[in-house]
Design a protein around this ligand. Structure first.
Ligand SMILES: [Zn+2]
Length: 77
């Protein structure tokens, strides 16, 4: 049983990939457009910032390509 664990913090919407089933895509919290972190074409989102620890990506800050909502993604494996 997987549950989405999303909460509002700061000005950014946070989402943990560990809590997402399947391909890791999720709907934008503002406009509902499907955003897939696996899609690196930046057509559905723009990367604003990345946080790397020990050469591993731990946090990705993106902006929705449609409405511009800031979303922080964590839980990379
Ligand atoms: Zn959006």
């Amino acid at each position: 049983m997987m549950m989405k664990n999303v909460e509002e913090k700061d000005s950014a919407f946070r989402i943990n990939l560990v809590t997402i089933e399947g391909s890791g895509s999720f709907p934008c919290p503002k406009c509902g457009m499907t955003i897939s972190p696996e899609d690196e074409t930046e057509e559905n989102y723009k990367v604003k910032d990345t946080k790397v620890v020990n050469e591993e990506l731990v946090e990705l800050v993106i902006a929705c390509g449609k409405c511009g909502r800031t979303i922080k993604i964590t839980g990379f494996q």
